[in-house]
Write a protein of this length. Structure first.
Lengths: 372, 335
C-alpha cells in the first residue's frame, strides 16, 4: 500500500518534471513568437538570470504572485523580492544592492535629511531613474460593528473619527449619512499602524486633501491622529477583528481576509464601494506628474467622479532607465512586462489589489520597452 | 602532548625524590598544554570584554551625531520626531514602559519561579521532579514570536476580565486608572514576559537549591524544624545569591525582549496624555526599534533609535551591576 502510493507520487513527480522542462524549453526557444505552452500567461518574454528586488511591503503579495507565474513560464529566471519597506528598498537601490526597488511613493524630488532621492538615484544609475506604477492598492476603512453591514463615511467623518473628535458609533454625524442603519452607542476604538508606513502616509494624505478642515496634521509615515497603535497591517486588522467597535485603515486584502466591514466612501459624488473597478477609475483620473517615461502619478484624492474610490496607494517599481548591469536588462524588462500584463494585473484582484486601468498600463508598457 | 603532561604529573606525585608533589608553581611552568589552555581561557575572557566594549562604542558612535542635533531633552522628552531638520526626541515614555512591564514580570516570575524550584527540589517525589523540571525548561525553548502570537490570539481574552476588574475596583489609584487602550497594555505585556522568563528563574534557582548541603538540611530537621522551617532556615538563605542572579538574568531578558512585545504592544498616539496607568499602552525600547527598523533611511534617524538602544544597554548594565553588588554582599551570610 505504502509502496504503491510512493510509486504514484514518484510517477507524478516525473511527469511533472517532464512537463515543466518541456514547458521551459518551449519558452526559451528564441524567436518562437508566443510559445503555446499551457502557462498562465501566454506571451511572456523570457531571459535567464537572477533579479533581486527589495522594498514596499504593500505590494508584497502582488509581486509574489507575479514572480510565481513568471518563474513558472520562464525556466532559468529567478526573481527575489524582499519586502523590507519602501524606505529600505530605495536605500538598497541607491546603494546598488538590488536591481529594482518597490516603493509606495515615487522617489522624492525635494530634499530630506540633506539628500534628494531622485538625484541620488540618478547618480547611482548614471541615468534618470524611472518610477513605474505597477500595483494599485486600495486602502480600506475597515470596521467591526455588530449588525452594521453597510456603512457610508465622508472624508470629514473619517477624519473626525481618526482624530478622536467622534467617539461613539451613534454620533449624529455618522447617523446622518447612514439613515436606516441602526448604530450602537458603543465607543469607537481607533487602531493605527505603529510602524512607519506608506499606508499611513497615503491615508493621511487623503484625509488632508479631502477634509482639510477636519484633519490638521501634516501627512507622514508616522501616525498623527489618535487611537491605539498596532504593528503592521496584520496587527491592526486582527486588532479590529477582535475588538467590537474597532476601526482602522488597512490594505484591502487584510480587510477582506479578516472579514471586516469595509466602509463606502462618499467624496461628494455619492457613496462608492471599494472594488477593483472603482479603484481603477480613480487611478485613471490621476494626473501624470513626471516627465517622459517617469510615470509618477499625482493622485486626486478629492475626486468627485461618480464611482471612483479615492483612498488608494500606488506602488512603483523604481528602475534605472539605462541599466547599470547590461546583462540584466532583458530580464528586468521581461519581468516587468509580465508584471504589467493584463493577465497578471487581472489576477491581482483576487488577492486584494486593483488592476491598473488600461490607459496607465499602455504607458507603463511603453516605458518598459524603452528601458535599456 | 598534554596527556603526557598529565600522566607525568600524576607519576611524580608519589615520588620520594624530595620534590614537593604538585607544587603550585610547577603547574604553570610553561608546558605546552598549560600555556595553550591558559591562553585559550584568557582570550575567551578578553573576547567577551572586547565584544561588549565594542558594542558600547558602536552604539555611542552612531548615536552621538543624532543626539547632538536633538532639540528636545533626550532623557525627559516624550516626543519622537527623528527625521527632518529639527529632530526632537526623548526616551522617557519608552523607559517607563520598559521598566514597568519588566518589573511586573519580575513580581510574578520570581515568586512563582522560586516556588516551582522549591517544589521540584524539596517536595516533589523523585519520579515527578525530573519530568517537571524538563517541562519548565521546555518553556525556555519556545520561540518568543510564539509567545507573542499566543498572547494576542488566546491569552488576551483571558487577562482582559482581570484588567477590567482591577480598573473597576481600584481605578482611583493612578497605576490602575482606566484608559482607552483595550489591547496590549503594560500589565498584559508584563504577564506574558513573566511566563517567558519563568524558566530562567526556575532553572537557576533549582540548581542552587539542589546544592544546599545535606548537613544544613538535616541539622535543621534534627533541631525539630518542620519542612517549611527547614526550607526557610537552610535552603533559602543558601540559595539567595543564586535566586538574585537568576532574577537579574531574567530581568535582563525581560528588558530586552523584542519580538513578542512588538507583536502584543499597543502603541500610543502622539500627543496623548501622560498616564501612570499600567493599563495604558506604550512602546519598550526594543519594540520601538524593531517596529521601525524597516524605515531607517537616514543616518540621523538610525542614530536616534540607536541612542534609545544605548539607553537600554546602559540600563541592563546597571541592573547587572546592582545584581553583582547584592550577590557579593549576601555571600557572606550564605555559608
Amino acid at each position: 500500500m505504502k509502496i504503491q502510493r510512493f510509486g504514484q507520487l514518484a510517477g507524478m513527480a516525473v511527469v511533472g518534471a517532464l512537463a515543466l522542462s518541456a514547458c521551459g524549453s518551449d519558452t526559451n526557444s528564441p524567436g518562437a513568437g508566443g510559445s503555446a505552452s499551457g502557462g498562465s500567461s501566454a506571451s511572456t518574454d523570457c531571459a535567464k538570470g537572477t533579479l533581486n528586488a527589495e522594498g514596499s511591503s504593500a505590494q508584497k503579495n502582488a509581486i509574489e504572485e507575479a514572480i510565481t507565474t513568471f518563474q513558472d513560464s520562464c525556466e532559468g529566471a529567478t526573481v527575489n523580492y524582499n519586502p523590507t519597506g519602501s524606505g529600505a528598498g530605495i536605500k538598497q537601490f541607491i546603494a546598488g544592492q538590488v536591481d529594482f526597488a518597490g516603493s509606495d511613493s515615487a522617489l522624492k524630488k525635494t530634499e530630506k535629511d540633506g539628500k534628494i532621492e531622485t538625484a541620488e538615484a540618478e547618480k547611482f544609475c548614471g541615468s534618470p531613474a524611472w518610477n513605474l506604477p505597477m500595483v494599485t492598492g486600495p486602502i480600506a476603512v475597515a470596521y467591526n460593528v455588530k449588525g452594521v453591514d453597510k456603512l457610508v463615511l465622508t472624508p470629514e467623518v473619517i477624519a473626525n473619527i481618526f482624530s478622536g473628535k467622534i467617539t461613539t458609533w451613534n454620533d449624529a454625524a455618522i447617523a446622518k449619512i447612514n439613515s436606516g442603519v441602526s448604530l450602537p452607542s458603543e465607543p469607537i476604538k481607533v487602531f493605527f499602524r505603529s510602524d512607519e508606513s506608506g499606508t499611513t502616509e497615503n491615508f493621511t494624505k487623503y484625509l488632508k486633501a479631502a477634509a482639510p478642515n477636519a484633519w490638521a496634521a501634516e501627512p507622514g509615515k508616522s501616525w498623527t491622529g489618535k487611537g491605539e497603535g498596532k504593528e503592521k497591517s496584520a496587527g491592526v486588522a486582527s486588532a479590529v477583528q477582535s475588538t467590537e467597535g474597532g476601526i482602522t485603515y488597512a490594505e484591502w486584502s487584510y480587510a477582506k481576509d479578516n472579514k471586516l466591514g469595509i466602509a463606502q466612501v462618499d467624496n461628494g459624488g455619492g457613496a462608492v464601494e471599494l472594488s477593483g473597478e472603482s479603484v481603477g477609475k480613480a487611478v485613471a483620473a490621476a494626473k501624470p506628474d513626471g516627465e517622459g517615461n517617469d510615470l509618477r502619478l499625482k493622485l486626486d484624492y478629492t475626486t468627485k467622479e461618480a464611482g471612483a474610490y479615492p483612498i488608494l496607494l500606488v506602488t512603483y517599481e523604481i528602475v534605472c532607465s539605462k541599466a547599470k548591469d547590461p546583462a540584466k536588462v532583458d530580464l528586468v524588462k521581461a519581468f516587468l512586462k509580465h508584471f504589467s500584463s493584463k493577465e497578471t494585473q487581472a489576477s491581482l484582484e483576487d488577492i486584494g489589489y486593483a488592476p491598473l486601468p488600461d490607459e496607465v498600463r499602455t504607458k507603463v508598457d511603453a516605458a518598459i520597452a524603452a528601458l535599456s | 602532548m598534554s596527556s603526557v603532561t598529565g600522566v607525568s604529573a600524576v607519576d611524580e606525585s608519589p615520588s620520594p625524590g624530595g620534590r614537593v608533589p604538585l607544587a603550585g608553581d610547577a603547574a604553570g611552568t610553561g608546558r605546552v598544554g598549560d600555556r595553550l589552555f591558559s591562553g585559550l581561557a584568557t582570550s575567551a575572557g578578553l573576547l567577551v570584554i572586547a565584544l561588549v566594549t565594542l558594542i558600547g562604542v558602536f552604539l555611542l558612535w552612531q548615536a552621538i551625531p543624532s543626539l547632538a542635533r536633538n532639540e528636545a531633552s533626550f532623557l525627559t522628552s516624550r516626543e519622537w520626531t527623528v527625521a527632518g531638520e529639527h529632530p526632537r526626541f526623548g526616551i522617557v515614555e519608552m523607559l517607563w514602559t520598559t521598566v514597568a512591564c519588566s518589573l511586573i514580570a519580575m513580581a510574578i516570575a520570581v515568586p512563582v519561579g522560586v516556588g516551582v524550584a522549591l517544589f521540584i527540589t524539596q517536595y516533589a517525589p523523585r519520579w515527578l521532579s525530573r519530568p517537571a523540571a524538563s517541562l519548565v525548561d521546555l518553556l525556555a525553548a519556545v520561540p518568543s514570536i510564539v509567545y507573542g502570537l499566543w498572547g494576542v490570539l488566546t491569552f488576551r481574552d483571558a487577562v482582559r476580565p482581570v484588567e477590567e476588574l482591577l480598573q473597576d475596583k481600584l481605578g482611583w489609584f493612578p497605576l490602575f486608572a482606566t484608559t482607552g487602550i483595550s489591547g496590549g497594555t503594560i500589565f498584559f505585556i508584563g504577564i506574558v514576559l513573566a511566563i517567558m522568563v519563568l524558566p530562567i528563574v526556575t532553572a537557576l534557582s533549582r540548581e542552587v537549591f539542589a546544592q544546599t548541603p545535606v548537613a544544613h538540611k538535616e541539622g535543621a530537621l534534627a533541631l525539630g524544624a518542620t519542612r517549611w522551617e527547614m526550607i526557610r532556615t537552610a535552603v533559602l538563605p543558601f540559595g539567595r545569591p543564586g535566586v538574585i542572579s537568576a532574577a537579574m538574568l531574567a530581568l535582563g531578558r525581560a528588558l530586552g525582549e523584542t519580538i513578542a512585545v512588538t507583536f502584543i504592544v499597543s502603541t500610543l498616539a502622539r500627543g496623548s496624555d501622560w498616564s501612570w496607568s499600567l493599563f495604558n499602552g506604550g512602546e519598550t525600547f526594543a519594540s520601538r526599534i524593531a517596529n521601525n527598523a524597516a524605515e531607517f533611511d537616514s543616518p540621523q534617524k538610525t542614530g536616534a533609535f540607536i541612542a534609545a538602544g544605548l539607553v537600554l544597554f546602559v540600563l541592563t548594565f546597571i541592573v547587572n551591576a546592582i545584581a553583582r553588588v547584592v550577590i557579593e554582599r549576601r555571600k557572606a551570610f550564605s555559608e
